[in-house]
Ligand binder design. Structure first.
Ligand code: TXD
Length: 312
């Protein structure tokens, strides 16, 4: 492989990301974690699976960032995950320290890498990565929107019995319970979702989407979702390495878009080989704007708390 992706945090999300990425055969992979032996063990297990599926990808596990040298992309999933009753914000204090360390260490060995952050609270941790790494906004995005939109798509498919391939949904805003599922912009085979489903069903889908992460946390009892988040970040990494100019919902640094400044927020972004190429702005009606402002306020609060905590 000519490309290299390093995944920091070889827990549920990190290792599942390695699995999806290996299947795509787009880059050699490195898993880094602080737990001794664990990333090595998972990497070796995955390496031994690849002959069966016929994929030629090198997978290395390590506790040392030296193994990540010259990565094209660094994916950060290191940190603690939610337990039942916890919000994503509850993770802030612990994860801020872990993400800061991960960013600095990864940059030592891959000064030109693009970063994709998953660690929660997502928009705040992406902001932290950008500031700690002194990265231009092109080089750092956070994964949230593909996942949130995929959840909404899955719920619409369950409700309608129609193929997920026909269902397009868009979720805007922060990766928290105030996220904004855009029903007006979502559709089934081009037919607006609002025409396709009765209002009460649609409302229930919006509510379930907003709490989609919590639903899984409550079922699992230990840890949070990982299959869907991992395949979402895989799609982002693939779009970057293949220079696809793919537009996906993701968390990006806002510099005036949607009237927001100096914060990360979920919006449609175009991804290519240089990372973030462009942020698109939807025309929003008054109701959508007010939902967006609520979501932005929640993210701003979280970033404010982190800045105080780290005296940034
Ligand atoms: O879509 C999204 N953005 C999310 C984010 C979807 C799923 C998970 N999301 C968040 O990712 C979640 O809320 C957590 O903050 C992270 C990681 O979740 P995961 O489910 O993968 O948690 P695990 O299984 O506990 O794995 C975390 C790993 C674990 O192996 C730790 O040993 C490791 O992180 N860890 C570290 N690795 C490297 N360096 C340091 N300092 C470190 N600290 C912990």
């Amino acid at each position: 492989m000519t490309s290299k992706i390093s995944i920091v945090g070889a827990g549920m999300t990190g290792s599942t990301t390695a699995h999806w990425l290996a299947e795509r055969e787009i880059a050699d992979l490195v898993l880094v974690d602080i737990v001794e032996g664990m990333p090595q063990g998972k990497a070796l297990d995955l390496q031994e699976a690849l002959p069966v599926v016929g994929k030629d990808v090198a997978v290395i596990g390590s506790n040392d960032y030296a193994a990540t040298k010259d990565s094209d992309i660094v994916i950060i999933t290191a940190g603690v995950a939610r337990k039942p009753g916890m919000s994503r914000e509850d993770l802030l204090t612990i994860n801020a320290k872990i993400v800061s360390e991960a960013t600095s260490n990864a940059l030592k060995y891959s000064p030109d890498a693009l970063f994709i952050v998953l660690t929660n609270p997502l928009d705040t941790m992406a902001y932290l990565t950008m500031k700690i790494g002194k990265l231009p906004r092109e080089r750092i995005v956070g994964q949230a929107g593909i996942l949130d939109s995929a959840r909404m798509r899955a719920f619409v498919a369950m409700e309608t019995g129609i193929s997920v391939e026909n269902i397009n949904c868009y979720v805007l805003g922060g990766h928290g319970d105030e996220m904004v599922p855009l029903t007006r912009h979502s559709n089934v085979a081009g037919i607006p979702l609002r025409e396709f489903l009765p209002a009460d069903k649609l409302e229930a889908i919006v509510a379930r989407t907003r709490k989609g992460g919590g639903e899984i946390v409550n079922l699992l009892k230990t840890g949070s979702a990982y299959y869907a988040p991992a395949v979402a970040v895989t799609q982002m990494a693939e779009a970057i390495l293949k220079d696809k100019h793919l537009v996906v919902p993701a968390s990006a640094y806002m510099d005036g878009e949607y009237g927001l400044k100096d914060m990360f927020f979920g919006a449609p972004v175009r991804l290519g080989r240089n990372g973030l190429e462009k942020i698109y702005e939807y025309q929003l009606d008054a109701e959508e704007k007010s939902a967006l402002e609520k979501s932005a306020a929640a993210v701003k609060d979280s970033i404010g708390v982190m800045k105080n905590l780290l005296k940034m």
